[in-house]
Design a protein around this ligand. Structure first.
Ligand SMILES: C[S@@+](CC[C@H](N)C(=O)[O-])C[C@H]1O[C@@H](n2cnc3c(N)ncnc32)[C@H](O)[C@@H]1O
Length: 224
């Protein structure tokens, strides 16, 4: 279901690079249904790299899906003509670091389809700092976990407020029930954290207290 929702944001006929592909389920599923033209499945670790090769071989897709052992965007070359990059199932900071380290390999024409597990704020910050507009956002719940999908395209300078970077600019606008429920439960946790900080006042750095208090205030305002 999570990868199905990611797949829905990959444009028809894309030349896809799926970075951190693990079993290569996403590029193989898209290729099998004719949704993409070609794909690179990049993996940094040997066991998932082998698993990706096996999935591609079992589906007779060696000509269409190229499995590469590489760190981040080092998996792609200009000759691949990549038009969409998916990076899914990792922390937002890890996704940000992969994009930052591989910046020189981005043409700016690719659509980014990112599915961070936490760390959305620093990832959105990177997108803004690098001229990417968030063109799609989705929140989904699977096995009691909330997952976010962030779709971005580079189209010049864009400015998001601190709150938009924290909540997601499009989700903030749409205010759908899953989004509000997620932030309601985060607010409860923030309030518990603040109460525990108050009990241990002297051992918690003041800037940490201020940060959590600011976030709790933003969430309260969002839900008002
Ligand atoms: C939890 S799995 C997610 C797999 C798949 N993308 C998904 O969403 O189901 C994360 C994968 O990313 C790979 N990975 C982590 N850092 C990477 C990097 N810098 N370059 C390539 N792959 C990476 C890991 O080896 C692991 O197989």
């Amino acid at each position: 279901m999570r990868l199905e929702r990611v797949a829905a944001h990959v444009p028809d006929g894309a030349r896809l690079a799926d970075i951190g592909s693990d079993h290569a389920y996403l590029p193989v599923a898209l290729m099998r249904r004719g949704g993409i033209a070609t794909a690179v499945a990049g993996e940094v670790a040997m066991t998932p790299f082998n698993a990706a090769q096996r999935t591609v071989r079992d589906n007779d897709l060696e000509q269409q899906v190229s499995v590469r052992l590489a760190n981040g965007l080092a998996a792609i070359e200009p000759a691949d003509g990549i038009t969409a990059i998916s990076i899914c199932g990792m922390g937002g900071e890890t996704i940000r670091d992969i994009l930052e380290a591989g910046k020189a390999r981005l043409s700016g024409q690719e659509r980014l389809i990112l599915q961070p597990n936490g760390g959305e704020q620093p990832l959105r910050q990177w997108l803004m700092d690098n001229g990417y507009r968030i063109v799609g956002e989705e929140l989904l719940r699977e096995n009691r976990f909330d997952y976010e999908i962030i779709v971005a395209e580079q189209d010049g300078p864009v400015t998001y407020s601190a709150e938009q970077l924290y909540f997601g600019p499009l989700q903030m606008q749409a205010r759908n029930p899953a989004f509000l429920a997620k932030w309601q439960s985060i607010l409860q946790r923030k309030q518990q954290t603040l109460a525990s900080f108050a009990r241990a006042r002297h051992s918690v750095p003041e800037d940490k207290v201020q940060q959590v208090a600011r976030q709790a205030r933003w969430i309260t305002e969002l839900l008002a």
